[in-house]
Design a protein around this ligand. Structure first.
Ligand code: GDP
Length: 510
């Protein structure tokens, strides 16, 4: 009977499964019981999602090797700050190597193509830094074939050099070392290569297989050698792609252009991208109206490894998304509708209000811990689970157990879904490595709110915002409650600041 359901919910939530879905109980009864028990699970919605057929679009299985053709390598430039990444990209872009129309000005679209006199081509991504690289990788977009690691010959291997090596290794992407600033009198390229040894990067002269090219990005010295080394490595990698069938691409940049509306830059990975193609990316779709190369010239089609700007999006998708061609506009709408529905479900289930989240976590944990904890009250169970390290943020601050482990509670806000995800991905990486634990107590899209500040204050944490603002009232509240409010427009700076704050929390003996 009804009371039995309520009883079951309050005492042994796990029994709910046995009550649903085909027992004598009506859905409405369960809902009512759920409401009465104070647990806001959306069973009815859950039920719906189970019945919906999957209408998503997906990447195709790998092509028959016989159909594959060679494609140019896609290269990312990485390295320590000030070692010359931007200068190198600029000189590559300006050098005659770049396939620019005579007198044309290359536009920044997130990547550009270099063509050697011998005809070989290389695509350089010009969003330097780890953020772009890791966020794409975290979304499963393997957009890079080769990493050019820039190390300044007067400075040597620094911590971001080591991080870059780590990123490349994790992604199993081979490295070419560009020993930069060789024009400087104090340059010591030999030392650089020696230092790299300690990080498992063994250059050819030490018997390894990593090519190291001495360059001056500033003067443009030896850039051709660097390009040739890249082509040589690409040949060994036997990079191939399937030029037929529906397009698959990865989105590397997206923005709203005053004249063109939503524009994105994509790297084609499979198929031929043409005008008129219908594409989906995340929860957005496009009928391709124009394709432009980095010279701003309209192109008719783009083959694998080509980089093009795509105009024709109905809404702006985020960088890092996979772009897939579908057969019709009708199909595109269907995919977007399905994905939005999925996201909605996800939101209902995963990103409910903090309280619901706590309850849901508790329920999951409780199912596992049910036996030994059966006699405890809700609150006692929660405390027990927290102490056993089974749940992380489900305690009110007053209930938090003191721990020796230093931690930094964080509230993360970003301008769009993509930037929040990127930040969380980056933080995930730090969390695993560092002694000081990052507790992301809340995250979301939008300007910093009073609620964010209050939440941070309760936990003694900080608020980090990327590309978002805070009203005067919110700023004042933060000052009053002693909450550090960090608003940044460059991910790299945000992460630096965070790292700084983290290291200040580490125990003094370190
Ligand atoms: P990034 O932070 O890695 O992008 O570094 P930048 O490209 O901004 O370069 C940092 C500084 O180093 C700038 O002042 C550049 O002019 C300088 N620089 C870059 N490459 C060279 C080089 O080959 N030789 C010399 N002498 N200076 C360079």
């Amino acid at each position: 009977d009804f009371d039995h359901v309520v009883e079951a919910l309050l005492n042994t939530p796990a029994d709910l499964d046995s009550l649903r879905p085909d027992s004598v109980l009506e859905d409405s009864w369960i809902k009512e019981a759920v409401i009465r028990s104070g647990m806001k699970f959306r069973w009815a919605k859950l039920g719906e999602s189970r019945e919906r057929p999957n209408r998503d679009a997906q990447r195709r299985p790998p092509a028959d090797p016989a159909l594959l053709v060679s494609r140019p390598p896609v290269v990312t430039i990485m390295g320590h700050v000030d070692h010359g990444k931007t200068t190198l990209l600029d000189s590559l872009r300006k050098s005659q190597l770049v396939a620019t129309e005579a007198g044309g000005i290359t536009q920044h679209i997130g990547a550009f193509l270099v063509q050697l006199p011998t005809g070989e081509r290389i695509t350089f991504l010009d969003t330097p830094g780890h953020a772009a690289f890791s966020s794409m990788r975290a979304r499963g977009a393997h957009a890079t074939d080769i990493v050019v690691l820039v190390v300044a010959a007067d400075d040597g291997v620094m911590n971001q050099t080591v991080e870059s090596i780590q990123h490349a290794k994790n992604a199993k992407v081979p490295i070419i070392v560009a020993v930069n600033k060789c024009d400087k009198p104090q340059a010591d390229p030999q030392r650089v290569k020696q230092e790299l040894l300690a990080h498992g990067v063994v250059c050819e002269e030490f018997g390894g297989d990593v090519q190291a090219i001495h360059i001056s990005a500033l003067k443009g010295d030896n850039l051709q050698a660097l390009a040739e080394a890249t082509v040589a490595l690409a040949e060994v990698l036997e990079l191939k792609a399937d030029p037929g069938g529906p397009v698959e691409a990865v989105l590397i940049e997206s923005r709203t252009d005053k004249g063109k509306g939503p524009v994105t830059t994509v790297i084609v990975q499979r198929g031929m991208l043409r005008r008129g193609c219908v594409l989906v990316a995340g929860r957005c779709w496009a009928k391709v109206r124009f394709l432009f190369d980095e010279n701003g010239c309209a192109v008719l089609e783009a083959a694998p490894s080509a980089v093009v700007q795509v105009v024709g999006w109905k809404e702006l998708p985020s960088a890092g998304e996979t772009v897939l061609e579908v057969e019709s506009e009708q199909r595109a709408r269907e995919v977007v509708e399905w994905r939005s529905h999925q996201a909605e479900q996800h939101k209902l289930l995963g990103e409910q209000s903090a309280i619901e989240l706590k309850q849901q976590r508790h329920l999951e944990e409780y199912r596992r811990e049910r036996e030994p904890l059966a006699h405890l009250s809700w609150r006692q169970r929660r405390a027990a689970l927290y102490r056993a390290d089974k749940i992380r943020f489900s305690m009110r601050p007053s209930e938090r157990t003191e721990s020796d482990e230093p931690g930094l509670p964080l509230v993360i806000k970003g301008d769009v879904d993509g930037s929040v995800k990127t930040l969380l991905n980056i933080l995930d990486g730090y969390d695993a490595q560092d002694e000081c634990r990052l507790d992301v107590i809340h995250f979301g899209v939008g300007d910093v709110s009073e609620n964010d500040v209050n939440m941070a204050a309760t936990f003694g944490g900080s608020v980090y915002g990327f590309n978002v603002a805070a009203s005067r009232g919110v700023t004042q509240l933060a000052a009053r409650r002693g909450v550090a409010l960090q608003l940044h427009r460059v991910i790299y700076q945000l992460v630096e600041q965070l790292r700084h704050e983290l290291s200040s929390k580490l125990p003094p003996q370190r």
